[in-house]
Write a protein that binds this ligand. Structure first.
Ligand SMILES: [Zn+2]
Length: 187
């Protein structure tokens, strides 16, 4: 059985028995993979599956010999990186640094040598986080919350509550200051 992790440059990497493979080509009945090491390029074939939503138990239908030892250390590192990215995706309200620290704390002591540095991961964690967090509106006119606006007695719009599934925002229009105050709380 094999599984897929996210590579550091965005591509998908197949892991099988301690070796890493890159996708070579997709055929009707199989996906063809090659060992990621240019000096080896040992072929492997799996059943066809959705690479973007890969299951954890991919059937390997053909495998050949490598001319080198397993890539376990690199694989441990890729798997820790994947856990950090998953953590950010599931908890976008947590900062990239906090997500990194949370996962580091869960890594067993004997695998700590494989932890990538925060500087290596900062941009990809931030990028993942941005995908899950809506952009901060530049002006009040950019705040498009259809059907959620309420009206004051004077006919001014104000937002009383917004629940987007992972956080609740309350805001109010200061009567004399005309300043919006927004309080975010995470659930
Ligand atoms: Zn190889």
């Amino acid at each position: 059985m094999a599984y897929v992790v996210q590579g550091s440059r965005g591509g998908k990497i197949l892991i099988h028995e301690g070796y890493r493979y890159q996708k070579n080509r997709i055929r009707l009945n199989a996906i063809h993979w090659r060992c990621w090491r240019n000096t080896c390029r040992a072929p492997l074939r799996t059943a066809v599956f959705d690479i973007q939503n890969a299951p954890n138990n991919i059937d390997v239908v053909y495998v050949s010999e490598h001319d080198h030892q397993e890539d376990q250390e690199t694989i441990d590192s890729a798997s820790i990186r994947q856990r950090m990215v998953n953590h950010v995706s599931a908890n976008p309200e947590v900062s990239g640094r906090q997500a990194y620290d949370n996962v580091v704390q869960q890594v067993p002591r004997n695998e700590r040598d494989s932890i990538p540095t925060y500087d290596c991961l900062r941009s990809s964690l931030d990028r993942t986080r941005r995908k899950h967090i809506p952009p901060i509106p530049a002006t009040i006119n950019d705040v498009a919350i259809n059907g959620r606006w309420c009206l004051t007695k004077d006919g001014d719009q104000f937002l009383s509550k917004l629940d987007n599934g992972w956080g609740i925002a309350f805001s109010a229009l200061g009567r004399h200051l005309c300043v919006w105050e927004i309080v975010m709380t995470y659930i």
